[in-house]
Design a binder for this molecule. Structure first.
Ligand code: CMP
Length: 138
């Protein structure tokens, strides 16, 4: 069993499709072992996406991530990181496989409905960024 970190992003909370996304997560054999809805501060969003701070899309990304509430989650399952990346589909919905969250719901490369960790190291970091140990009930 391993864990990954997920964000259901502003485009999805705005369109009231968080339940539909959770259904795909659960039917893909991942368990939501922590979840909360929050409105990110600018500092929180900038810190979370610090790795992208030199990218041309950074400013727009931060503005988007603070525009509406998000749902942050911890997901658990066998090979959780790879499994969730498969369930999400490619970053750009134009390249995402049929049946994936991003193919079904993403609006464009930025408003792409979900975020998932890309490595074990980042999963630990990202989970710690939003959750205390006692908020995670596996
Ligand atoms: P995410 O997986 O959360 O990682 C970085 C985010 O930046 C990405 O999803 C998108 O929401 C956003 N983004 C906007 N433009 C781009 C781009 N050209 N390439 C990658 N990510 C982008």
């Amino acid at each position: 069993m391993s864990r990954t970190f997920s964000i259901i992003k502003p485009d999805a909370t705005k369109r009231n499709i968080t339940g539909a996304i959770n259904k795909l997560i659960e039917s893909g054999n991942l368990r939501i072992i922590a979840q909360k809805r929050l409105k990110m501060s600018k500092e929180q969003a900038e810190g979370f996406y610090d790795v992208h701070k030199e990218k041309p899309f950074f400013k727009d990304l931060v503005e988007y991530m603070i525009s509406e509430p998000v749902i942050v989650q911890v997901l658990e399952g066998d090979d959780a990181i790879i499994k969730y990346r498969t369930i999400m589909g490619a970053t750009n919905p134009d390249n995402a496989e049929e049946g994936t969250i991003r193919k079904l719901f993403a609006l464009n490369i930025q408003e792409n409905s979900v975020h998932g960790s890309d490595s074990d190291e980042n999963a630990v970091k990202e989970i710690d960024y939003f959750f205390t140990k006692d908020e995670i009930v596996g």
